[in-house]
Design a protein around this ligand. Sequence first.
Ligand code: 5GP
Length: 191
Amino acid sequence: MNLLRQAIIEKGKALSPNVLKVDAFLNHQIDPALMEQIGIEFARRFQGEPITKILTIESSGIAPAVMTGLKLNVPVVFARKSKSLTLVDNLLIAKVHSFTKGVTNDISVSKDYLLDEDVVLVIDDFLANGQAARGLVDIVKQAGCKLAGVGSVIEKGFQPGGDELRGNGIRVESLAIINSLENKQITFREE
Ligand code: 5GP
């Protein structure tokens, strides 16, 4: 995805050797045209799978997940990170440690929106240590659904999450894989 790489190079900022800031197009301001291309690319990569639902986590996973849902013509469910007045029972819950915030939260999804006949594609903005993706995969399993795979917009290849998921037999598709953020230089893993 050249467009995504270009956006990362032109608008991304390596805040430290571990953290990439992409507030200009993904985590704060959203570039809809780029999100649409991301949706098209995830839909292309997973087109052979009988996906019936997309699962993501609020808030930054929602934009790429919705665009992918639009292209695959399936609904998008997002896990909530905090308690909701309207989401109180009939819940699937998993624990997720936040890489950026350093806290552990229960994430929750209503059982109403993940049925055991669903084939689920998990989408998120970043894949770092894999906590968020593992929490979402855990919820897919609790619901008795089939997992089609995990799609991440940006994987930090120098952190273990992506390779651990692949090692567990899960299909992981990342649209850009960062090799290093050392010295504030963003380099990509060549594919
Ligand atoms: P993981 O659970 O894989 O360790 O981290 C994934 C989650 O942490 C993503 O949902 C994302 O919100 C956040 N995250 C992890 N690394 C980064 C990063 O370098 N930059 C930004 N903006 N978010 C990140």
